[in-house]
Design a protein around this ligand. Sequence first.
Ligand code: SF4
Length: 318
Amino acid sequence: MSAGPVCPILCAGADDDRALALSDYEGATARWCPGCGDHSVLTAVERLLVAEQLAPERTVFVSGIGCSSRFPHYLKTYGFHGIHGRALPVATGIKLQRPELTVFVVMGDGDCTSIGAGHWMHALRYNVKMVAMVLDNGIYGLTKNQTSPTTPQGHPSNTQPRGTYLPPLDPIELALGVTNASFVAQTAEWVPAHLFATLRAAYHHDGFAFVRVLQRCPKYTADIYQIAVQRPEVLELLVHDDGVVVPELERTYTRRLVHDPRDLARARELAMPGERIRLGVFFRDASRDRYDLIRRATPRTTTERLALLDAELDAHAV
Ligand code: SF4
């Protein structure tokens, strides 16, 4: 068995003699459409769970609503299939009360960047340790083809059949603009080695790791990533020892750019819309303040908390 992570508080590697295999994590049979990119993300996540030997009973997947939010059903860890846009506050609550658990969040683009946008921004700022993925297929798929904030301009949908009116919101650009964000990365489900390496880097980050996964939806947005899938030169890999380096991709993906993930100004430049799709760690700073650690450093007993609450309520009594 490979050695589990050493820190019992921050990570949840199995610390017994079990050699956890894929079958220890596989849940129900996935019911996504054939060819859906969500299958690829599930495979990468299962690989990560095995590689890190994460104890299923100390690992939690939280989701909102959307095709990708069926994720917890397909894993044998703990799971919470929540309500639309609310995965992040649920996950934050879990991590604050049970810091020994490893928490993953799986959201769709509408889930995260529309109804859940307020929670998203503050989760980035609170920087509570977890891995938060947005599986971005540029559409509301579960509810059958409505424009989402990341739908490309001009792309027809049921809600804007003459073509989506506005330019899309870029989740990476936005995340890099949030105060105290500490890990922002982008990967693509059709590049499985990069997807796995990015999720692994996110898992090892000490803070809130936000990962946008470009995800194909053959049912409603089959065209939006087609060029990038067919022509590897459209993708540019950001490489750095502190980011993601995947040597086996060197022959296929020849367009590479060395980017130090500590350079926030450069990360913001690289995130600007352009002809290329960039994959890699845009920004990483593990020294940023973490709400969970600060809160834990000033523990209070239940009696003390109730007294503080009483005092606060008394202050508003007439
Ligand atoms: Fe996947 Fe699209 Fe089908 Fe949803 S509608 S399961 S995102 S292919």
